[in-house]
Design a protein around this ligand. Structure first.
Ligand code: TYM
Length: 334
Protein backbone atom coordinates (compact mmCIF):
# COMPACT_ATOMS: atom_id res chain seq x y z
CA UNK A 1 0.00 0.00 0.00
CA UNK A 2 1.28 3.47 -0.89
CA UNK A 3 0.78 4.62 2.73
CA UNK A 4 3.73 2.45 3.83
CA UNK A 5 6.28 4.69 2.07
CA UNK A 6 5.19 7.97 3.54
CA UNK A 7 6.74 9.61 6.57
CA UNK A 8 4.81 8.96 9.76
CA UNK A 9 2.83 11.43 11.85
CA UNK A 10 1.50 10.65 15.31
CA UNK A 11 -0.60 13.09 17.27
CA UNK A 12 -3.78 13.42 19.31
CA UNK A 13 -5.98 15.65 21.46
CA UNK A 14 -7.36 14.77 24.86
CA UNK A 15 -11.03 13.83 25.14
CA UNK A 16 -11.76 16.37 27.83
CA UNK A 17 -14.75 18.05 26.19
CA UNK A 18 -15.17 20.17 23.12
CA UNK A 19 -12.27 21.46 21.05
CA UNK A 20 -11.59 25.14 21.37
CA UNK A 21 -10.32 27.42 18.66
CA UNK A 22 -6.74 26.96 19.94
CA UNK A 23 -6.91 23.17 19.49
CA UNK A 24 -8.33 23.68 16.04
CA UNK A 25 -6.10 26.43 14.65
CA UNK A 26 -2.95 25.34 16.48
CA UNK A 27 -3.35 21.66 15.68
CA UNK A 28 -6.33 19.85 14.14
CA UNK A 29 -6.82 22.12 11.12
CA UNK A 30 -3.23 21.37 10.09
CA UNK A 31 -3.57 17.66 10.71
CA UNK A 32 -6.39 17.65 8.21
CA UNK A 33 -4.07 19.11 5.60
CA UNK A 34 -1.07 16.93 6.46
CA UNK A 35 -2.98 13.64 6.29
CA UNK A 36 -2.63 13.50 2.50
CA UNK A 37 1.16 13.76 2.55
CA UNK A 38 1.99 11.60 5.58
CA UNK A 39 0.84 8.32 7.01
CA UNK A 40 -1.08 9.62 10.01
CA UNK A 41 -1.96 8.04 13.34
CA UNK A 42 -4.50 10.39 14.92
CA UNK A 43 -5.41 8.81 18.21
CA UNK A 44 -7.47 9.73 21.25
CA UNK A 45 -5.22 9.87 24.34
CA UNK A 46 -7.92 8.85 26.79
CA UNK A 47 -5.44 7.42 29.32
CA UNK A 48 -3.90 10.87 29.56
CA UNK A 49 -7.30 12.22 30.55
CA UNK A 50 -7.13 10.26 33.81
CA UNK A 51 -4.20 12.35 35.02
CA UNK A 52 -6.20 15.23 36.49
CA UNK A 53 -8.72 13.68 38.88
CA UNK A 54 -11.50 13.89 39.80
CA UNK A 55 -13.12 12.98 36.50
CA UNK A 56 -16.32 11.06 35.78
CA UNK A 57 -15.65 7.69 34.09
CA UNK A 58 -19.02 7.64 32.26
CA UNK A 59 -18.27 11.15 30.97
CA UNK A 60 -14.86 10.07 29.72
CA UNK A 61 -16.45 7.24 27.72
CA UNK A 62 -18.85 9.76 26.15
CA UNK A 63 -16.22 12.37 25.40
CA UNK A 64 -14.06 9.71 23.72
CA UNK A 65 -16.79 9.18 21.12
CA UNK A 66 -17.41 12.92 20.99
CA UNK A 67 -13.74 13.55 20.29
CA UNK A 68 -13.80 11.12 17.40
CA UNK A 69 -16.89 12.87 16.00
CA UNK A 70 -15.02 16.17 16.36
CA UNK A 71 -11.97 14.75 14.53
CA UNK A 72 -14.22 13.68 11.67
CA UNK A 73 -16.15 16.96 11.60
CA UNK A 74 -12.80 18.77 11.37
CA UNK A 75 -11.97 16.74 8.27
CA UNK A 76 -9.82 13.86 9.54
CA UNK A 77 -10.60 11.08 7.10
CA UNK A 78 -10.73 7.47 8.31
CA UNK A 79 -10.11 6.27 4.76
CA UNK A 80 -6.79 8.08 4.71
CA UNK A 81 -5.66 8.15 8.36
CA UNK A 82 -5.67 5.72 11.27
CA UNK A 83 -8.06 6.85 14.00
CA UNK A 84 -8.13 4.95 17.29
CA UNK A 85 -8.29 5.19 21.07
CA UNK A 86 -5.01 4.92 22.99
CA UNK A 87 -6.47 2.62 25.65
CA UNK A 88 -7.56 0.07 23.03
CA UNK A 89 -4.11 -0.61 21.59
CA UNK A 90 -1.87 -2.72 23.78
CA UNK A 91 1.65 -1.37 23.81
CA UNK A 92 1.29 2.30 24.78
CA UNK A 93 1.52 1.61 28.51
CA UNK A 94 4.08 -1.20 28.07
CA UNK A 95 6.43 1.06 26.15
CA UNK A 96 5.84 3.84 28.67
CA UNK A 97 7.10 1.50 31.41
CA UNK A 98 10.25 0.68 29.47
CA UNK A 99 10.94 4.36 28.72
CA UNK A 100 10.28 5.35 32.34
CA UNK A 101 13.06 3.03 33.42
CA UNK A 102 15.68 5.00 31.46
CA UNK A 103 14.61 8.55 32.36
CA UNK A 104 15.88 10.33 35.49
CA UNK A 105 12.86 11.36 37.54
CA UNK A 106 14.25 14.90 37.98
CA UNK A 107 13.56 15.59 34.32
CA UNK A 108 9.86 14.92 34.88
CA UNK A 109 9.67 17.29 37.85
CA UNK A 110 11.12 20.04 35.66
CA UNK A 111 8.44 19.78 32.95
CA UNK A 112 6.52 23.06 32.57
CA UNK A 113 3.13 21.39 32.28
CA UNK A 114 3.69 19.30 35.41
CA UNK A 115 4.66 22.40 37.38
CA UNK A 116 1.61 24.34 36.13
CA UNK A 117 -0.91 21.54 36.63
CA UNK A 118 0.35 20.46 40.04
CA UNK A 119 0.46 23.98 41.46
CA UNK A 120 -1.91 24.61 44.39
CA UNK A 121 -3.42 21.12 44.16
CA UNK A 122 -4.26 19.06 47.28
CA UNK A 123 -3.78 15.87 45.31
CA UNK A 124 -1.23 15.32 42.57
CA UNK A 125 -1.32 11.79 41.14
CA UNK A 126 1.85 10.08 39.93
CA UNK A 127 0.13 9.80 36.53
CA UNK A 128 0.50 13.54 36.06
CA UNK A 129 4.24 13.28 36.61
CA UNK A 130 4.43 10.25 34.31
CA UNK A 131 2.28 11.91 31.61
CA UNK A 132 5.18 12.92 29.29
CA UNK A 133 6.53 9.36 29.27
CA UNK A 134 3.19 7.98 28.11
CA UNK A 135 3.14 10.68 25.46
CA UNK A 136 6.65 9.68 24.34
CA UNK A 137 5.47 6.06 24.15
CA UNK A 138 2.49 7.12 21.98
CA UNK A 139 4.91 8.70 19.53
CA UNK A 140 7.72 6.14 19.54
CA UNK A 141 5.43 3.11 19.33
CA UNK A 142 4.72 4.03 15.70
CA UNK A 143 8.20 5.43 15.00
CA UNK A 144 6.84 8.85 14.12
CA UNK A 145 8.99 11.16 12.00
CA UNK A 146 6.93 14.17 12.81
CA UNK A 147 4.57 15.34 15.59
CA UNK A 148 2.30 18.28 14.71
CA UNK A 149 1.29 20.07 17.92
CA UNK A 150 0.70 23.52 19.35
CA UNK A 151 3.58 25.27 21.08
CA UNK A 152 2.52 24.10 24.56
CA UNK A 153 3.41 20.50 23.66
CA UNK A 154 6.87 21.25 22.25
CA UNK A 155 8.68 20.41 25.47
CA UNK A 156 7.00 17.00 25.52
CA UNK A 157 8.19 16.24 21.99
CA UNK A 158 11.70 17.31 22.96
CA UNK A 159 11.61 14.91 25.90
CA UNK A 160 10.48 12.20 23.45
CA UNK A 161 13.53 12.85 21.29
CA UNK A 162 15.69 12.65 24.37
CA UNK A 163 14.12 9.32 25.35
CA UNK A 164 14.52 7.91 21.83
CA UNK A 165 18.20 8.84 21.90
CA UNK A 166 18.74 7.35 25.35
CA UNK A 167 17.09 4.11 24.30
CA UNK A 168 19.09 3.91 21.07
CA UNK A 169 22.34 4.52 22.95
CA UNK A 170 21.54 2.05 25.72
CA UNK A 171 20.08 -0.82 23.69
CA UNK A 172 21.03 -0.13 20.01
CA UNK A 173 19.46 1.88 17.21
CA UNK A 174 15.66 1.44 17.37
CA UNK A 175 13.70 4.69 17.28
CA UNK A 176 13.55 7.57 14.83
CA UNK A 177 14.03 10.93 16.59
CA UNK A 178 10.70 12.67 15.95
CA UNK A 179 10.55 16.34 14.94
CA UNK A 180 7.96 18.68 16.48
CA UNK A 181 5.93 20.38 13.74
CA UNK A 182 4.66 23.72 14.97
CA UNK A 183 2.80 26.23 12.83
CA UNK A 184 4.12 29.76 12.60
CA UNK A 185 0.67 31.30 12.91
CA UNK A 186 -1.65 30.14 15.71
CA UNK A 187 0.99 28.00 17.49
CA UNK A 188 -0.47 29.55 20.65
CA UNK A 189 -3.95 31.00 20.40
CA UNK A 190 -4.65 33.24 23.38
CA UNK A 191 -7.67 33.82 25.60
CA UNK A 192 -10.04 36.46 24.26
CA UNK A 193 -10.39 37.89 27.76
CA UNK A 194 -6.73 37.79 28.76
CA UNK A 195 -4.57 37.67 25.64
CA UNK A 196 -1.43 37.09 27.69
CA UNK A 197 -2.74 33.61 28.58
CA UNK A 198 -3.23 30.68 26.19
CA UNK A 199 -6.78 29.74 25.23
CA UNK A 200 -7.70 26.73 27.33
CA UNK A 201 -10.66 24.49 28.15
CA UNK A 202 -10.01 24.89 31.85
CA UNK A 203 -10.10 28.72 31.84
CA UNK A 204 -12.48 29.90 34.59
CA UNK A 205 -13.54 32.80 32.36
CA UNK A 206 -15.61 30.99 29.72
CA UNK A 207 -15.78 34.13 27.57
CA UNK A 208 -12.08 33.80 26.81
CA UNK A 209 -12.49 30.44 25.04
CA UNK A 210 -14.36 29.74 21.79
CA UNK A 211 -15.63 26.19 21.64
CA UNK A 212 -15.87 24.84 18.11
CA UNK A 213 -19.29 23.35 18.52
CA UNK A 214 -21.02 25.92 20.70
CA UNK A 215 -23.94 27.98 19.34
CA UNK A 216 -22.85 30.54 16.78
CA UNK A 217 -24.50 33.47 18.57
CA UNK A 218 -22.36 32.69 21.66
CA UNK A 219 -19.28 32.66 19.41
CA UNK A 220 -20.29 36.00 17.91
CA UNK A 221 -20.74 37.58 21.35
CA UNK A 222 -17.45 36.24 22.68
CA UNK A 223 -15.45 37.62 19.76
CA UNK A 224 -17.30 40.95 19.81
CA UNK A 225 -16.48 41.33 23.51
CA UNK A 226 -12.83 40.25 23.14
CA UNK A 227 -10.46 42.45 25.12
CA UNK A 228 -8.57 44.80 22.81
CA UNK A 229 -5.71 47.14 23.49
CA UNK A 230 -5.47 50.86 23.97
CA UNK A 231 -4.85 52.91 20.83
CA UNK A 232 -6.02 51.94 17.38
CA UNK A 233 -4.79 50.23 14.20
CA UNK A 234 -5.00 46.64 13.00
CA UNK A 235 -1.43 45.39 13.20
CA UNK A 236 0.56 42.89 15.25
CA UNK A 237 2.79 44.12 18.03
CA UNK A 238 3.90 42.90 21.49
CA UNK A 239 2.10 45.98 22.87
CA UNK A 240 -1.13 44.84 21.22
CA UNK A 241 -1.67 41.24 22.37
CA UNK A 242 -5.46 41.43 21.94
CA UNK A 243 -5.46 42.60 18.32
CA UNK A 244 -2.48 40.38 17.49
CA UNK A 245 -4.46 37.37 18.73
CA UNK A 246 -7.50 38.32 16.62
CA UNK A 247 -5.35 38.90 13.54
CA UNK A 248 -3.78 35.46 13.97
CA UNK A 249 -7.21 33.88 14.42
CA UNK A 250 -8.47 35.49 11.23
CA UNK A 251 -5.32 34.52 9.33
CA UNK A 252 -5.57 30.92 10.61
CA UNK A 253 -9.25 30.49 9.88
CA UNK A 254 -9.05 31.98 6.36
CA UNK A 255 -5.65 30.46 5.45
CA UNK A 256 -4.10 33.84 4.83
CA UNK A 257 -0.85 35.40 5.94
CA UNK A 258 -0.82 37.71 8.94
CA UNK A 259 0.68 40.46 6.73
CA UNK A 260 -2.23 40.15 4.29
CA UNK A 261 -4.76 40.54 7.09
CA UNK A 262 -2.92 43.65 8.35
CA UNK A 263 -3.03 45.13 4.84
CA UNK A 264 -6.64 44.22 4.17
CA UNK A 265 -8.03 45.65 7.43
CA UNK A 266 -5.68 48.64 7.75
CA UNK A 267 -8.38 51.32 8.07
CA UNK A 268 -10.78 49.37 10.30
CA UNK A 269 -11.67 50.29 13.85
CA UNK A 270 -11.56 47.59 16.53
CA UNK A 271 -15.34 47.06 16.57
CA UNK A 272 -15.65 46.51 12.82
CA UNK A 273 -12.58 44.29 12.76
CA UNK A 274 -14.00 42.10 15.54
CA UNK A 275 -17.25 41.77 13.58
CA UNK A 276 -15.29 40.56 10.53
CA UNK A 277 -13.36 38.04 12.65
CA UNK A 278 -16.58 36.75 14.20
CA UNK A 279 -18.28 36.38 10.81
CA UNK A 280 -15.30 34.56 9.29
CA UNK A 281 -15.02 32.15 12.24
CA UNK A 282 -18.76 31.39 12.15
CA UNK A 283 -18.84 30.90 8.40
CA UNK A 284 -15.95 28.43 8.70
CA UNK A 285 -17.42 26.53 11.64
CA UNK A 286 -21.05 26.24 10.56
CA UNK A 287 -20.69 23.25 8.18
CA UNK A 288 -18.46 21.51 10.73
CA UNK A 289 -21.07 21.98 13.43
CA UNK A 290 -23.73 20.47 11.18
CA UNK A 291 -21.50 17.49 10.45
CA UNK A 292 -20.76 17.00 14.15
CA UNK A 293 -24.48 16.92 14.99
CA UNK A 294 -25.00 14.12 12.46
CA UNK A 295 -21.94 12.13 13.53
CA UNK A 296 -22.52 12.18 17.26
CA UNK A 297 -25.90 10.48 16.81
CA UNK A 298 -24.31 7.50 15.06
CA UNK A 299 -22.31 5.70 17.71
CA UNK A 300 -22.13 2.44 15.76
CA UNK A 301 -20.42 4.26 12.88
CA UNK A 302 -17.97 5.83 15.34
CA UNK A 303 -17.35 2.44 16.96
CA UNK A 304 -16.63 0.87 13.57
CA UNK A 305 -14.01 3.53 12.81
CA UNK A 306 -12.31 2.93 16.15
CA UNK A 307 -12.30 -0.83 15.53
CA UNK A 308 -10.67 -0.43 12.17
CA UNK A 309 -8.08 2.01 13.47
CA UNK A 310 -7.34 -0.19 16.44
CA UNK A 311 -6.72 -3.29 14.29
CA UNK A 312 -4.25 -1.44 12.09
CA UNK A 313 -2.47 0.30 14.97
CA UNK A 314 -2.24 -2.90 17.00
CA UNK A 315 -0.28 -4.66 14.29
CA UNK A 316 2.25 -1.83 14.14
CA UNK A 317 2.41 -1.64 17.92
CA UNK A 318 3.05 -5.38 18.21
CA UNK A 319 5.91 -5.18 15.75
CA UNK A 320 7.58 -2.38 17.70
CA UNK A 321 6.98 -3.92 21.11
CA UNK A 322 8.41 -7.31 20.06
CA UNK A 323 11.56 -5.52 18.99
CA UNK A 324 11.72 -3.41 22.15
CA UNK A 325 11.10 -6.32 24.55
CA UNK A 326 13.79 -8.40 22.81
CA UNK A 327 16.28 -5.55 23.10
CA UNK A 328 15.60 -4.90 26.79
CA UNK A 329 15.90 -8.58 27.76
CA UNK A 330 12.33 -9.82 28.07
CA UNK A 331 11.66 -13.42 26.96
CA UNK A 332 8.94 -12.63 24.46
CA UNK A 333 6.22 -10.05 23.80
CA UNK A 334 2.64 -11.09 24.48
P1 TYM B 1 -4.28 18.77 24.17
O1 TYM B 1 -5.46 17.88 24.20
O2 TYM B 1 -4.06 19.66 25.35
O3 TYM B 1 -4.28 19.68 22.89
C1 TYM B 1 -4.48 19.16 21.58
C2 TYM B 1 -3.66 19.99 20.60
O4 TYM B 1 -4.08 21.36 20.63
C3 TYM B 1 -2.94 22.21 20.84
N1 TYM B 1 -3.35 23.40 21.62
C4 TYM B 1 -3.18 24.66 21.21
N2 TYM B 1 -2.62 25.18 20.09
C5 TYM B 1 -2.62 26.54 19.96
N3 TYM B 1 -3.15 27.39 20.89
C6 TYM B 1 -3.72 26.90 22.03
N4 TYM B 1 -4.25 27.76 22.91
C7 TYM B 1 -3.75 25.49 22.23
N5 TYM B 1 -4.23 24.68 23.20
C8 TYM B 1 -3.98 23.41 22.82
C9 TYM B 1 -1.96 21.34 21.62
O5 TYM B 1 -0.63 21.80 21.50
C10 TYM B 1 -2.17 19.98 20.96
O6 TYM B 1 -1.40 19.87 19.78
N6 TYM B 1 -0.46 15.85 25.55
C11 TYM B 1 -1.33 16.16 24.44
C12 TYM B 1 -2.04 14.93 23.87
C13 TYM B 1 -1.12 13.82 23.50
C14 TYM B 1 -0.27 13.81 22.35
C15 TYM B 1 0.38 12.56 22.39
C16 TYM B 1 -0.02 14.73 21.34
C17 TYM B 1 -0.97 12.64 24.15
N7 TYM B 1 -0.08 11.89 23.50
C18 TYM B 1 1.30 12.21 21.39
C19 TYM B 1 0.92 14.36 20.34
C20 TYM B 1 1.55 13.12 20.39
C21 TYM B 1 -2.43 17.13 24.90
O7 TYM B 1 -2.82 17.09 26.04
O8 TYM B 1 -2.96 17.90 23.93
Amino acid sequence: MEKEHKQIIVTGAQPTGMFHLGNYLGAVKNWQRLQYDYECFFFIPNLHSMTCPPYVPAELRKTTYSLLAQYLACGLDPKVSHLFAQSEVIGHTELAWVLGCILPVGQLFRMTQFKAKSQDKDFVGSGLLYYPILMAADILLYNADCVPVGEDQKQHVELTRDLAQRFNQTFSETFVLPEPYIMKTCARVHSLQDPTKKMSKSDANKNGTILLFEPVDAIYKKIKSAVTDSGSGIFCSPEKPGITNLIEILAGITDRRVEDIEDLYKGYNYGDFKRCVAEAVIEHLKPMQKRYEELIKDQSYLRAILDEGKAFAQERANRMMSKVYRKVGMLQYG
